[in-house]
Every structure is written in structure tokens, then in C-alpha cells.
Design a protein around this ligand. Structure first.
Ligand code: ATP
Ligand code: MG
Length: 472
């Protein structure tokens, strides 16, 4: 088997000869010595720390070469070095070469959106893995280093490549999508997030629309129909010569779902696309997740993949930890259902998660508890956007709310007394209060931005009440 990169290929991509003797074959690419594998190329990036400080550790851990800046002083046990003016630019160069060397039949997908990028990327990974050699971004590696790193890691025989692309500011997606050069680009949704850096949600839509600029000629622009910015994005796509394809529950969407039947184990629905209908079982609960699945269906179709075979993978794809994973807790001789949404939150995903909590069958879980922590990065609108969750809490029939963080205080104070379970400024004390209230037959949904640290509350609940394996 050929290695990921031969030394000569890297030299060509970087425009430099290696410093050091012997030939080298590279089996992976790493930017962190803690997760480096034997045979990796270590790329010394500057972030919180300067990666150059870790080059000796990288070689000790088995790196086969390192990509460093020209000014780096070789250390005693260092191996082969590729010296460039800026290792990040070097990584981009390797990423471009990885994209360039793919066969003509390979198909590339880029995913952005205000919420649901990783979830949609993982659904695509599951579906496309059934159809051919698939490579996808790790975690949420979606920024100026995450995208080129994912490209640089892409094996030469990749048939399907899936790239998550994110942004905090206008202009960030454009260079990334131009590196990826996708055949299909998805915008999952446009919502009021990252408002700190944008004058309006419309400006957010335009920044997301940049993803279409990297599409190959005639590529598909996959756009959510049920969104106020759909028309705007369709116009943007057309302006860049892309082929817009809309998805959603609306009867006007190009790829749409009917007969939506939610259950605690996920949902069932019928997908209509290109004159065909397909029955889909999705193992992840939530109407918003089903919408993402429609984007996946539209994408499979747009890149000429076998839609039915691909979508079959969704019937046993469980939600990841922190993004809707369900587990059972043993409480007072009975069971409680824990829904872990602690990884991420913005007003759109909060409302979606509350709606999903509201869809849990009362016959099985009689009392609905929401543990809500601060949503971050919302700028001046933060107080209003937190207070604005009241409607979604009521609509979901939530019985008890525990709240955490300075922004959640306003919402908590406005709740009726009977709904108040407890408030705390930080996440450290909320778990004990919650544990005192918990009883058999409860369903507990925990959600906040990752920085609010409710993940620790989830872990503490699991260890206190035992974990009975994943719930259906
Ligand atoms: N279409 C959607 N609308 C609203 N919320 C959604 C949608 N899709 C997923 N979510 C919710 O958004 C949260 C984040 O999901 P996910 O991690 O997939 O998003 P992301 O866009 O990758 O986030 P990040 O910007 O942190 O990488 C989860 O709680 C998920 O259930
Ligand atoms: Mg993500």
C-alpha cells in the first residue's frame, strides 16, 4: 500500500527539499504531539502555544518528519525537517495537493451552517462509508487549520470526502471552500448565532453563502427551504453558477419529507426526491435532525451516489455524546432518561432540543426536566435571546427547569415558582441540587454551550446514578 505521502510528494507540494538524510514515508498528519501516531508528519503551528516547542517531543513519539519554520533550530534527536516560511501555509499547500491528486470520480462535499454541521457531516460519513472509501473531518475541525489539516490527511484513493467548514467572521469560509473545491455544498441552516461579529442575520447568511464560491462548475448548492434566507441563498448560488437544491418539510422544497412520525427512538418519514420516494428510519430523535437528513439525501442524489443504500445507514446511527446522546439512569428503583446536549447551544439548537424533549412520550417519562446553561457568543442580544426561550419551554411542556450561568438568570427569574428547580451561577453546584430532585420516570435534557461546562454535570449524573447503557 502506498503511504499517505511520499517525501517527494511533500517536497513538490511545499516547494522545498527535506533537511535531513534518508527517505521518509508519511502515514498521517498531526498538529498535536498528545495524539500523534507513529509515522505522522508533525506540523508546528502557532496557536495558544508555539508548536515548534514540541518538535523534539513529536520525534520522540515517532513522527517521521516535521514541517517547521525556516528559523527553527534543529534539536539533537530531530529527524527529517521540511522548512518553510510559515508551516500553516505549508499545511495549506499539502492540503491543496491532496485535493489535486484525487481521481476524477471522487466526490467532495462541504458542510456549513449555524447549527448541525458536525451532525450532518457524521450522517454523510455513515451513509457514504457504505458506498466507498470515505474521508471526513475529525470532530469540528472546521477552521483555518482544521480544513487544510483534513485535506492533508485525505488518502489518495478517497472516493468521498466530507469537510466541515465553520466561521466566526465574514470572509473566513471563502478561502476554505476554495481549498476544498466541493461538488456539493450544504448550508444546514442560518440562525442568529455569532451575532457578536455580524450586524445582522442577513450578513450571517451572506457569510455562509461564501461556501458556494468554491463549488466546482455546476456543483450543487444544498439549501434549507424553511428558512427566511433561503431565497437569498438560492440567488447567491445561482450567481456563482451553482445548481440550487432546496430541502425541507415544505411541499415546495426540491427534496422533501412527508409522513413524519417521531418517536423516542428517532423518526420515520418518506423522502421525495427526483420523482422517487424512499422510506427512511432515522435513529436520532428530533425534527431538526430529520431536516439535516434531508440535506444528506439531497447531497447523495446530487453527487450521483446510491441514495437508498446510503440512507439505510441512518437507521442505526446514534447521536454522539453531547449532541443528543441518550442514556438511562437508575433512580430510586426505577429509570430516568438522560438526554445529553451539553456540547453546544445557540437559540436555534436550544429550541430544537426543547422541542425534542417535548416529544418524549409522557406515558414512559412523565416529568420533563430541562437543565439549561448559558449560550455563549451572542453579543448584546444575549439577554433577550436567553429570555426568549420561555416560549419553547412552555411549548415543550417542561415541568421543571434548572438553570446555570449569568445569562440564564433572567430566564430563570421569569419562570413561575412551580417550574423553578434551582439556579446556580456556575455548573459545579447544579448537579447536587438536580440529583436531590431526580426521581424515576423523569426525562432530563441538559443543554448549554460547551464553555458553560454542563458536560461535567452529565458525567456526574452518570456516575452517581449508574449508566445502564444507551437508551433506545
Ligand atoms: N438544523 C438544525 N437546527 C437547529 N439545531 C440543530 C440543527 N441541527 C443540529 N442542531 C443542534 O445543534 C447543536 C450542535 O450540533 P452540531 O455539533 O452538529 O453543530 P455544529 O454546527 O457542528 O457546531 P459547531 O459550530 O460547534 O461546530 C446540537 O444540539 C444539535 O442537535
Ligand atoms: Mg461542529
Amino acid at each position: 500500500m502506498q503511504p499517505l505521502w511520499a517525501s517527494s510528494e511533500l517536497s513538490a507540494a511545499l516547494g522545498v527539499e527535506p533537511d535531513g538524510s534518508g527517505s521518509v514515508s508519511i502515514t498521517g498528519v498531526s498538529i498535536d504531539t498528545r495524539s500523534l501516531h507513529h509515522g505522522d508528519l508533525f506540523v508546528a503551528l502557532k496557536d495558544q502555544r508555539d508548536g515548534h516547542d514540541f518538535v523534539p517531543a513529536a520525534f520522540k513519539a515517532g513522527a517521521s518528519a516535521a514541517l517547521v519554520s525556516r528559523s527553527y533550530s534543529r534539536q539533537a534527536d530531530d529527524g527529517i525537517l521540511f522548512r518553510v516560511s510559515d508551516p500553516l501555509d505549508g499545511l495549506v499547500g499539502i492540503g491543496r495537493a491532496a485535493r489535486q491528486r484525487l481521481g476524477k470520480e471522487a466526490r467532495i462535499v462541504a458542510v456549513t451552517g449555524s447549527a448541525g454541521k458536525t451532525g450532518t457531516k457524521e450522517m454523510l460519513r455513515a451513509c457514504l462509508s457504505r458506498l466507498g472509501a470515505t474521508h471526513a473531518s475529525e470532530k469540528s475541525y472546521n477552521n483555518h487549520w482544521g480544513v487544510p489539516l483534513t485535506l492533508a490527511r485525505m488518502p489518495r484513493d478517497t472516493q468521498f470526502g466530507i469537510f466541515e467548514i465553520g466561521m466566526n467572521h465574514a470572509g473566513e469560509i471563502r478561502p476554505l471552500t476554495k481549498m476544498v473545491r466541493p461538488h456539493a455544498a450544504i448550508i444546514t441552516t442560518v440562525e442568529a448565532v455569532h451575532l457578536e461579529h455580524f450586524p445582522s442575520v442577513e450578513a450571517i447568511a451572506d457569510a455562509k453563502g461564501e461556501i458556494f464560491e468554491g463549488l466546482l462548475p455546476g456543483g450543487a448548492a444544498i439549501i434549507k427551504y424553511d428558512n427566511p434566507y433561503a431565497r437569498r441563498l438560492v440567488a447567491t448560488a445561482s450567481r456563482f453558477g451553482a445548481r440550487p437544491v432546496t430541502f425541507g418539510f415544505d411541499s415546495h422544497a426540491d427534496v422533501r419529507a412527508t409522513d413524519f412520525r417521531p418517536s423516542d427512538a428517532g423518526s420515520d418519514f418518506t423522502v421525495h426526491l427526483g420523482g422517487r420516494t424512499l422510506s427512511v428510519h432515522l435513529a436520532m430523535p428530533g425534527r431538526h435532525i430529520a431536516e439535516n437528513a434531508l440535506a444528506v439525501a439531497a447531497t447523495l442524489d446530487a453527487i450521483g451516489a446510491d441514495v437508498a443504500r446510503g440512507l439505510a445507514a441512518l437507521s442505526d446511527l446514534a447521536p454522539p455524546n453531547g449532541r443528543g446522546a441518550r442514556s438511562l439512569l437508575c433512580v430510586g428503583g426505577g429509570r430516568a432518561l438522560l438526554i445529553d446536549e451539553s456540547y453546544n447551544a445557540n437559540p436555534a439548537s436550544m429550541k430544537a432540543a426543547l422541542a425534542t424533549l417535548g416529544a418524549v412520550a409522557r406515558e414512559t417519562y412523565a416529568r420533563r426536566i430541562a437543565v439549561l446553561g448559558d449560550m455563549l457568543e451572542l453579543g448584546n442580544d444575549a439577554p433577550a435571546l436567553h429570555a426568549g426561550l420561555k416560549g419553547a419551554i412552555d411549548a415543550a411542556g417542561v415541568d421543571l427547569v434548572f438553570a446555570c450561568g449569568p445569562h440564564m438568570k433572567g430566564l430563570y427569574d421569569a419562570l413561575p415558582a412551580a417550574m423553578k428547580g434551582g439556579y446556580s451561577l456556575t455548573s459545579s453546584s447544579i448537579e447536587t441540587t438536580l440529583a436531590d430532585h431526580l426521581r424515576a420516570g423523569d426525562v432530563v435534557m441538559v443543554k448549554a454551550s460547551n464553555g458553560t461546562r454542563l458536560g461535567a454535570v452529565v458525567a456526574a449524573l452518570k456516575s452517581r446514578f449508574g449508566k445502564d447503557g444507551p437508551a433506545a
